[in-house]
Ligand binder design. Structure first.
Ligand SMILES: O=C(CO)COP(=O)(O)O
Length: 227
């Protein structure tokens, strides 16, 4: 995973693959223009089409720990890799997995050379999550998700304390999300030491998703250029 990074979680805000592909291509142009890494977490049914047409890292939004065999409806690390994904969100507050499966799924993803973004809902879980060795920990207080009130603005201590906590494992990045909506939200997160931001509704509910991502990317670029 290249950081700093913007992870756009499409969630279920778009069900048309054609429209999701248009959004992805326009975000790809922004990423290229500003030289800022952007990953897209898309519904599993869209991974193949979008990863085949967009050079950005495409992530799944969830994977199961099921093994090959008699399992119905499972989405596994092997399946999303076959579809062209470079990684996945894991244990998102809207799609939890059993805690006893997290370490094994991270190991399976790592053995496939895939990124794992392990989601936690509070700063106290950042250190234990980092010790499981994911690529990144994404901390998102559920009460702020979809609120338009950003964690970096209304709960900056969650960001600063998570930045400290993640250092128990030097190889793990710290990404923050929930309510991230503006240039200022992103630059504040970066100033507090985050390696990136995760966002969904501000991007996907906008009439111009790429324009919102452009503001986020400008904040990351400007922070990088700051003395
Ligand atoms: O869940 C999130 C990203 O995974 C954050 O959602 P919002 O950006 O809509 O607050």
């Amino acid at each position: 995973m290249r950081t700093p990074i913007v992870i756009v979680n499409f969630k279920l805000y778009e069900i048309s693959i054609a429209r999701a592909l248009d959004i992805s291509k326009s975000i790809e142009q922004v990423s290229r223009k500003l030289g800022v890494e952007v990953a897209l977490a898309v519904p599993a049914t869209m991974i193949r089409e979008i990863s085949s047409n967009v050079s950005l890292p495409i992530y799944a939004q969830h994977v199961d720990d099921d093994q090959l065999g008699a399992h119905t409806g499972s989405i596994t690390p092997e399946l999303i890799k076959e579809a062209g994904a470079r990684g996945t969100l894991l244990n998102h507050s809207e799609r939890r997995i059993r805690l006893d499966q997290v370490a094994n799924v991270i190991e399976r993803l790592s053995s496939l050379g895939m990124d794992s973004v392990l989601c936690v809902d509070r700063r106290e879980l950042v250190a234990p999550a980092a010790l499981m060795g994911p690529t990144a920990v994404l901390v998102e207080p559920p009460e702020l998700i979809g609120s338009g009130r950003s964690v970096s603005k209304v709960r900056p201590e969650i960001v600063s304390e998570s930045v400290k906590a993640v250092k128990v494992n030097q190889s793990v990045r710290l990404i923050v999300g929930a309510g991230i909506s503006t240039y200022e939200d992103v630059i504040k997160a970066m100033e507090l030491g985050a390696d990136g931001v995760g966002a969904a509704s501000a991007v996907m509910k906008s009439n111009s998703p790429a324009s919102v991502v452009e503001e986020f990317a400008k904040a990351i670029r400007d922070r990088r250029l700051a003395p």
